[in-house]
Design a protein around this ligand. Structure first.
Ligand SMILES: [Zn+2]
Ligand SMILES: [Zn+2]
Length: 140
């Protein structure tokens, strides 16, 4: 997985720096979304000198290069994860619990959007908000 990342950067004329590698390693190991602050803490265990500013800059670089996915999870908060299977998220606006939705479920919808608007949609990582089953129960 990391080898393909290195290759992907190299083909675009970028080097895999220790900073980039440290962030990718942290997110590979986590296997889920992390906030920039969580990434900061874990990266600093690998590279103690890495500043918060560098972490933020490296996160946006890796996202631009398609190696990371960013998702808005509400409240202006962004989280990051490794690019893998196409998926989306459902987030409960009350308790914050979340669930993944496979992209295959939305493929037809995407096609319809694209045909009717002529747009090519590249947001393969969308967050939907709602109330989870638990919170709906407690609502009554
Ligand atoms: Zn995601
Ligand atoms: Zn909930």
């Amino acid at each position: 997985m990391m080898d393909t990342d290195i290759e992907q950067l190299r083909q675009r004329g970028f080097r895999m720096t220790p900073q980039r590698l440290a962030i990718l390693r942290v997110l590979h190991q986590a296997g889920c979304h992390l906030s920039p602050l969580e990434i900061c803490h874990q990266v600093q265990e690998i590279l103690p000198g890495m500043t918060e500013a560098t972490v933020y800059r490296t996160l946006s670089f890796l996202t631009e290069q398609g190696l990371l996915l960013a998702a808005h999870i509400g409240g202006g908060q962004l989280v990051y994860e490794i690019t893998g299977h196409d998926h989306h998220h459902l987030i409960c606006r009350r308790c914050g619990s979340s669930q993944q939705i496979e992209h295959t479920l939305l493929r037809t919808l995407y096609q319809q959007f694209q045909e009717s608007t002529g747009y090519q949609i590249d947001g393969m990582h969308v967050t939907f908000f709602g109330l989870c089953p638990e919170c709906q129960k407690n609502n009554k």
